[in-house]
Design a protein around this ligand. Structure first.
Ligand code: AHG
Ligand code: MN
Ligand code: MN
Length: 348
């Protein structure tokens, strides 16, 4: 990997950085590089709508429900279509999977298939669009496991430890793209004046001293005793750490990004509030998995309360999973208190 020191003081576009990273892999064919380019292009196209969401016809509900039973926002549909259309014809993917589609998304038969599969949440935090709160896109890229022909569900239901790349786009005060191909986590900020993502956060590492815990405390009455005890531990000064402040935006990408830069823990535990969702709200394949890959690359850890999320083999495409993600010491404390108070089984 090119030493990020080489970039000091230079204008480094995401294209140049990705290409430099590819040099470190002589066997690379450029296919993965081009998928990452396309995600950066998708980010620019989606940004053109998010920055106008309050003005244009893009605001509000699309008047339909998605497979999750959630009201689909027009921007969800726009982001879904943008990512699909940028990737359906390139011959780089064997299939795609999205939060917004019930089944895996095949490559149209008129186009060639390729060696990778793309999983994505086209727009995360959709309920915040109309309130002008930051939203995001989450994606992960796997090498297909089947030999040839159209991609299958098996190609998508891989443990996140198999990811070859993962990342997110944050549509906030500025638009950022943060990704890893297994050689550290790198952040790029879109300069709207030139329409380029420029390297702004090379080699992101979680700060050793955590600042925030991030959870929807409104569900506290529905948590297990272990999660209640954990939350109380986070708030207290202990020998290991000062009591942490609470920050919760309600947009996973924004909450994750803030904790990645400040240090801390985000958790969406299982709760007994909605018995249809015993495993918490977040989805394993296209939310928890890619973010767990990133946090481990940044020196952290992600668990479902009992085991590393990276090791969970998905059984269904939209399977939900409790998630504790951030500084390793904080996440391991969650596992310890859940074991002590709730028994050895995962809380789901
Ligand atoms: P999505 O908009 O893709 O459905 O994801 C929303 C998620 C995530 O962004 C956030 O962490 C969580 O919903 C917030 O849920 P609560 O409102 O239940 O806290
Ligand atoms: Mn989401
Ligand atoms: Mn979504």
């Amino acid at each position: 990997m090119t030493d990020t020191q080489d970039y000091h003081g230079k204008l480094v576009t995401i294209e140049r950085f990705i290409l430099d990273q590819q040099q470190a892999h002589p066997e690379a064919t450029g296919t993965l590089t081009n998928i990452l380019y396309d995600m950066a292009l998708a980010a620019k196209i989606i940004t053109s709508k998010t920055t106008r969401a309050g003005l244009a016809e893009i605001l509000g509900s699309a008047g339909e429900e998605n497979v999750q039973g959630e009201e689909v926002q027009k921007l969800d549909v726009f982001a879904q279509r943008t990512i699909f259309r940028l990737n359906d014809h390139t011959g780089r993917l064997a299939a795609m999977a999205s939060e917004e589609e019930e089944a895996i998304i095949p490559i149209p038969s008129r186009f060639p298939v390729g060696p990778y599969v793309l999983v994505f949440d086209p727009l995360d935090g959709s309920s915040n669009i109309d309130m002008n709160v930051s939203i995001g896109t989450i994606f992960g890229i796997y090498r297909r496991t089947t030999a040839s022909g159209p991609g299958t569900l098996a190609d998508v239901l891989q443990p996140a430890r198999n990811l070859v790349a993962a990342g997110y786009i944050l549509y906030g005060a500025s638009t950022m793209m943060v990704y890893s191909t297994g050689n550290g986590v790198h952040g790029f900020t879109l300069d709207p004046a030139i329409g380029e993502f420029l390297l702004s956060h090379p080699n992101i590492k979680l700060p050793a001293k955590p600042k925030y815990y991030s959870v929807n405390q409104g569900y506290q009455p529905f948590w297990t005793a272990g999660v209640q005890a954990y939350t109380e531990w986070l708030q207290r000064d202990t020998p290991e750490k000062k009591g942490l402040s609470l920050r919760y935006i309600g947009s996973l990408v924004a909450d994750f990004h803030r904790n990645l830069l400040s240090g801390g823990v985000f958790y969406y535990p299982a709760d007994s509030k909605d018995l249809k969702k015993p495993g918490g709200k977040l989805r394993l394949v296209y939310e928890a998995g890619p973010l767990s890959f990133l946090i481990e690359q940044a020196g952290g850890y992600a668990s479902d309360g009992a085991q590393a999320i990276l090791d969970i083999v998905p059984a269904q495409l939209h399977q939900r999973v409790p998630m504790f993600i951030g500084n390793r010491t904080l996440v391991e404390q969650a596992e310890a208190l859940i074991r002590r108070h709730d028994g050895a089984a995962t809380p789901a």
